[in-house]
Design a protein around this ligand. Structure first.
Ligand code: PRX
Length: 652
């Protein structure tokens, strides 16, 4: 991308990408128009990219009508996900690596071919069957980022079981509530794991969770991963290895209907109780495979590394299902970006010749703080495309990612999606879209975004509003597990007959979108709508700042004031001078209406187990209502909150 920078930080599509990528600008326009004009025909054609046991004759049968929401794709077709992710690759790619597994310890790595994956998954499927699991049964998977996690998930899909994969960060209370909600009879775990040199006591935490649920779980399957001794409850707990010795090697794939549930994924969100997002078989696989190919311009031979935990939707869709459906080599990493050194990600990229690298801005920011040298000791020559996901990427971080990690030559696809959307809904396409830091580009095929005002009026042209999607796409969630009413209420009743994303967005003259933050994160200061993400981007652009979160708090004159929590980069000291400097810096960067009223220096920010900042807690601290946090079961770092409360700036 050298030499392609245009005015005001916009990068045009490099010639070689426009010529070589699957989708160039013209093709995007034509395919997008076709996907909107005739979704049945478009998806009828693209649905064929996966193998169907019985081909579908109907394509789209969906309604967003309030009170009658129903989403069905390819509904009379039958297929099997594990067959698509494994068996159909065996003739041509049996000896190709499906998985590169990188351990927490840099000495540990392993490569698993498609043929080996096939054998493992069939064994796993039979082990699950031996524990009474069949079609429609629920299995909770609570494993570290090791190959067995993918084996267990794919084994569920092979026999038609529904998996619910939980993060290793989940404390026992959350584990218990998710296992109970899913009514899983079998839980898969490991003795323990290691992450960033620290031990993950998985079996111990699971035991604590199960103590609260004596009736539900009849079998716990334990992978011997670290070999640490753990307590095993007779009759309930079994080592995987021992069960595997007793079951057959072969397991044919179960024929599944397109709309049979594939998995439940609990999204912690940042409010209230976790909710179980349900995705189904056919549409989800078509959508994740297609987005994986086009968004990342995936080619045979690419080594694809998505750093997200597999227990996150990003990991489900872009570590496991999308890449494996396309016959790719996908990398799984057990550790953290900073262990044993700040160059861990870059060492892995060089060692395994990663070509497509997909991570979250928060990870980039944590590495940016330690400077460029940690990156530059590696060549990173294998990289050809970078991706960003999960939160708005501020221009300073984008620029560092592009320049230092991507060597100025790799496009960055800033992909916007949600647990609920299954796959990427908005993104630049590397051969078609000019890149602008903070912009998530244009909608993917078949996606109809609209911006609406608070009353639901559709806004045209350049606009700033609430982001809704006007029609269904195949990867969309179908319901909330055992709570279709809440599904209708939360997503389809606020703006009747439209899917409400909960996000605010801006659209520019070229039809490119930027996500301005969750609607509930918008502050109204003296009548001005302020997306907290804009203030955060400006703060993070300051050389001393590592991370920032901004919330509103009641202000006598302005209605709401701006309260900023700021963590500083290593070696930078908090001071009143710096506080004043940050306030004037933000005013200068984005304008005087963005005058921050309070800057609190923080050791860290409260985050969910999936790494999201819990703004609800920050809002309450800013309001001096520190006893009203509500449900904090998803909070991963309680000590940080104590520190924030002790040092809060608004005291009555
Ligand atoms: O607010 C948006 C933000 O993350 C939310 C979805 O979170 P989750 O369900 O955990 O899924 C995360 C993985 C996709 C969205 O509503 N978000 C996600 N991607 C972006 C983003 N915000 C800005 N830019 C993005 N690229």
């Amino acid at each position: 991308m050298n030499g392609n920078k245009q005015a005001a930080g916009v990068y045009s599509v490099p010639k070689q990408w426009a010529e070589r990528a699957f989708i160039d600008a013209q093709r995007y326009e034509a395919m997008y128009a076709a996907s909107i004009a005739n979704p049945e025909e478009f998806w009828g054609e693209h649905g064929k990219r996966i193998h169907w046991i019985k081909p579908y004759s109907t394509v789209k049968n969906t309604s967003f009508e309030s009170g009658k929401v129903s989403i069905r794709w390819f509904e009379d077709g039958t297929t099997n996900v594990s067959y698509n992710c494994i068996d159909r690759h065996l003739t041509e790619r049996g000896d190709k690596f499906a998985i590169i597994s990188v351990g927490d310890d840099p000495k540990d790595d392993a490569r698993i071919t498609y043929r080996e994956l096939y054998a493992h998954v069939m064994k796993w499927a039979n082990v699950l069957r031996s524990q009474g699991i069949g079609k429609g049964d629920k299995v909770t998977v609570y494993l570290p980022m090791i190959p067995e996690l993918t084996y267990a998930m794919l084994a569920c899909t092979r026999i038609g079981a529904i998996h619910s994969t939980l993060s290793t960060n989940c404390p026992p209370k959350v584990l218990a509530s998710c296992i109970a909600d899913a009514a899983s009879t079998v839980v898969v775990t490991a003795d323990s794991g290691t992450r960033g040199g620290r031990k993950l006591e998985l079996k111990v935490k699971l035991d604590a969770a199960l103590d609260k649920l004596p009736e539900v779980v009849t079998s716990v399957i334990v992978v011997k991963h670290t070999g640490a001794p753990v307590s095993m409850l007779k009759g309930r707990d079994h080592y995987y290895d021992e069960l595997a010795e007793t079951v057959p090697d072969q397991c044919p794939p179960e024929e599944m209907k397109a709309e049979d549930p594939l998995f439940v994924l609990y999204t912690s969100g940042s409010t209230g109780k976790p909710k179980g997002v349900v995705h189904t078989t056919g549409g989800y696989l078509v959508y994740t495979a297609m987005t994986h190919q086009y968004v990342f311009d995936y080619r045979d031979g690419d080594i694809h590394w998505c750093t997200a935990e597999i227990s996150w939707i990003t990991g489900h869709s872009y570590t496991v299902y999308g890449p494996l459906a396309n016959g790719a080599t996908t990398l799984i990493f057990e550790g953290t970006p900073t262990y044993p050194s700040m160059s861990r990600y870059w060492d892995i990229i060089d060692k395994h010749k990663v070509s497509l690298f997909y991570t979250a801005p928060t990870a980039i920011r944590s590495l940016m703080g330690s400077g460029e040298d940690a990156v530059k000791s590696n060549s990173l020559a294998s990289l050809r495309l970078l991706g960003s996901v999960g939160e708005p990427i501020d221009p300073k971080t984008w620029d560092w990612y592009h320049r230092v990690v991507g060597g100025g030559r790799c496009p960055i696809v800033d992909t916007w999606f949600q647990t609920e959307t299954g796959g990427i809904l908005m993104t630049p396409l590397p051969g078609a879209t000019e890149l602008k830091p903070g912009s998530v580009g244009t909608p993917f095929f078949g996606v109809r975004p609209e911006l609406v005002d608070a009353a639901g009026n559709v806004l045209d042209g350049v606009a700033n509003g609430n982001l809704v999607i006007a029609d269904s796409w195949p990867g969309q969630m179908r319901t909330l597990y055992r709570d279709h009413e809440r599904f209708e209420q939360e997503y389809f009743s606020i703006y009747p007959d439209k899917y409400f994303t909960g996000d605010g967005a801006r659209r520019d003259a070229g039809g490119h979108y930027s996500i301005t933050g969750r609607i509930d994160d918008v502050i109204n200061v003296s009548g001005h709508r302020i997306g907290t993400a804009e203030v955060e981007s400006a703060l993070v652009a300051h050389a001393s700042v590592s991370e920032a979160a901004v919330v509103g708090y009641p202000h006598e004159i302005k209605g709401q004031g701006i309260y900023a929590y700021v963590t500083l980069i290593d070696g930078e000291a908090a001071s009143d001078e710096l506080r004043k400097e940050l306030v004037s810096w933000v005013r200068k960067e984005i304008g005087p209406i963005f005058t921050i009223d309070k800057v609190q220096f923080a050791q860290g920010l409260p985050k969910t187990t999936s790494g999201k900042i819990i703004r609800r807690i920050l809002r309450k601290i800013a309001e001096d209502k520190c006893t009203e946090f509500g449900d904090t079961s998803t909070l991963s770092n309680p000590a940080v909150v104590d520190h924030l409360i002790d040092n809060r700036l608004n005291r009555k």
